[in-house]
Design a binder for this molecule. Sequence first.
Ligand code: OOG
Length: 263
Amino acid sequence: MVLATNVKEEITNILFEAEKERREIKKFVDDYPELTIDVAYDIQEALIAKKMAAEQTRISGWKLGLTSKAKQQMMGVHEPSYGVLLENMALTPSEPISMKPFIHAKIEPEIAFVLKEDLTGPVVTVADVIAATDYVTAAMEIIDSRYLNFNFTLPDVIADNSSSSRYVLSTERHVIEEIDLELMGCVFKKDDDVLATTTAASVMGNPARAVAWMANKLLARGQKVQAGDVVLSGALTGAETIVAGSTYSVSFDGLTGFTVSFI
Ligand code: OOG
């Protein structure tokens, strides 16, 4: 069975309103088993178009989700997803972040790639991603699933723009050839406590591989990663529920780290 057009529109509207009203909703696949991955990306596209029109904003890039074994195990899925970043999702590290817009936000350390050339599938390789990258930078992503208790299947989370909410990039830019995309160490902290330590290889063996995977997937939908886009290559660790009044910091071997605080 194919998901009816009016149901696609209904799901898009429910997701849009849930974010606006900061309300948790039930995942959709239980009621609509015909919600496939492809249909979920149709809904994601419609949701982004609706948000751009309502919030007068534009696409700033893309995000990978569920690229690490840690995240896949945590969420019970077996392949990555992607989502769209909008200009109004970008926050700066220097300003305290208000918890007001969020439902039940979590934070994750990531490596961001900023591109200087388009990446057009179907055979984008790790070497192509490295050649197309203008610079890399440390990043933290704030995810805020619209689903009750972050309980979803892969199609549900794709429809919900892969839980995207906000993102913060370090202001320091680094030349990609100067970093080790496998062995680069990462330390993620809450206040003075170390939450997790890992290396860049936790993201599909090399975060550039996650970017290549997405570039190849996008072709099937007639889309591509473009010069100037920011790409968040996926969390290196499990996500941490954000506690107001706390600070979170990320540091990477060879990339300047930073701290964000929440109020
Ligand atoms: C899905 C999004 C996960 C990542 O980097 O793994 C994600 C979720 O866990 O809510 O952004």
